[in-house]
Design a protein around this ligand. Structure first.
Ligand code: PLP
Length: 423
């Protein structure tokens, strides 16, 4: 029998990996709570909840139970022409916690397709109303996924380079801040004059892949107002921010102007199954409701609303709204605040920031490459301390599972302090 590593090396092409220069991968054999275990039983705290998915901890018994029950009942069924209780129950639960203007949910299976569908909804909304609009508005440095529409609206060239000639039409504005917000608004007014903008896609309050860059609701609101005034469909990409990570169930709930469309994935299924949702308001849904078949949204993936994924997501929502999880979230937020007070004083930690359970800062070192050698050294130094996190260049960030204990949080903080001494 070949070892896991040998089989991996022989047959697997990993994501975000240059196999020639970075061939190493670590076999993970099991995961429980906040802990990941490798094949030698070394344990690592999953300080980024496995790309912001496993926020209730790995292999949560309540979610395992929901999956097991559903597996014995109905595994998969086509969702066009059929429906089922897991989808209906999940949809009802989501509408109950989403911002109050959201009325319908459309299922798919990953964050990129959730945003792709949001973009298609914006384009077709105008098409259905007989007023063609061809351009999508997005933020510089946003990230919305790896399919073509999602890549087109993403501003991060590190992922997009080879494909740029094949993109849909996109115009961009800078992320607004204290210094530039007036300029951003006036740039947007000009763009609206020149282009037929169908929709505006944005990561509300925190841009994840850009390096957990945070911005304030008060600067986003005038942009959303301007979009609304010009019937530009607003699409909040909450694939990363969704499900309690920013301090409210959804980041959009901290912004007084609610989006027309919301994209969800990642923590939706707590790391158990791939699934995504694009939700929208009744007004959006009504623009597709017609005697004319072609006005429907003809988008579908085979595993749309897979019953097991729906059951898992419903169990996850139940956990999210549970009293104990809310207490955990508050505890982590408070703990971060105390750590930040100390971190801010460290000369090597810059731009220290937090939102909900997300904490980020930049190491004051020369590190331009997002996935270069310096970043690799920092990554290894954390792993050597039993902490798994993914630095982005010199940006260090954590998004720990809600159930991380104070002792485990302290271990993460100490590892950060040690790295600060090391650099
Ligand atoms: C904000 C945001 N949108 C979309 C995506 C794409 O999600 P997926 O990797 O599931 O396609 C990501 C992934 O990190 C994301 O952070």
């Amino acid at each position: 029998m070949e070892s896991i590593l040998k089989k991996d090396q022989n047959y697997i092409w990993h994501p975000l990996t240059q196999h020639k220069t970075q061939p190493e991968v670590l076999p993970i054999t099991r995961a429980k709570g906040v802990w990941l275990y490798d094949d030698k039983e070394n344990a690592y705290i999953d300080a980024i909840s496995s790309w912001y998915t496993s926020i209730y901890g790995h292999c949560h018994p309540k979610i395992i139970h929901a999956a097991q029950e559903q597996m014995q009942n109905c595994d998969q069924v086509i969702f066009s022409g059929f429906t089922h209780a897991p989808a209906a129950n999940l949809a009802e639960a989501l509408i109950g916690i989403l911002p109050e203007n959201q009325q319908k949910v459309f299922f798919s299976d990953n964050g990129s397709t959730a945003t792709e569908i949001g973009i298609k909804i914006a384009l077709q909304y105008h098409h259905n109303k007989g007023q063609e609009r061809h351009v999508i508005l997005a933020f510089e440095e946003g990230f919305h996924g790896d399919t073509f529409g999602a890549m087109s609206v993403s501003g991060l060239s590190v992922y997009n380079g080879p494909f740029e000639n094949h993109f849909i039409k996109v115009v961009r504005i800078a992320v607004p801040n204290e210094n530039n917000h007036k300029q951003v608004l006036s740039n947007l007014e000009k763009l609206i004059d020149i282009h037929d903008i169908a929709g505006f896609i944005y990561e509300p309050l925190v841009q994840g892949a850009a390096g957990m860059k945070m911005y304030e609701a008060k600067y986003l609101i005038p942009i959303l107002e301007l979009c609304k005034a010009h019937e530009i469909i607003t699409i909040a990409d909450e694939v990363m921010t969704g499900f309690g990570k920013t301090g409210t169930a959804f980041a959009s709930q901290q912004i007084s102007i609610l989006p027309d469309v919301i994209c969800l994935s990642k923590a939706l299924t707590a790391g158990f199954m791939p699934m995504a949702i694009t939700s929208c308001t009744q007004r959006i849904f009504d623009a597709f409701y017609s005697d004319d078949t072609s006005k429907g949204l003809f988008h579908c993936h085979t595993y749309t609303a897979n019953p097991i994924a729906c059951a898992v997501a419903k169990a996850s929502v139940d956990l999210l709204v549970s009293k104990s999880m809310q207490q955990h979230r508050k505890r982590i937020e408070q703990s971060h605040k105390e750590f930040i007070a100390a971190l801010c004083k460290h000369p090597k930690a810059q731009n220290v920031r937090s939102k909900g359970i997300i904490l980020a800062f930049e190491l004051q070192i020369d590190c331009k490459e997002r996935y270069g050698n310096t970043r690799k050294k920092i990554y290894n130094a954390f792993m050597a301390q039993g902490i798994y996190l993914r630095p982005l260049g010199n940006t260090i960030y954590i998004v720990p599972p809600f159930i991380t204990t104070n002792k485990e949080l302290q271990k993460i903080y100490t590892s950060i302090e040690n790295i600060l001494e090391l650099v």
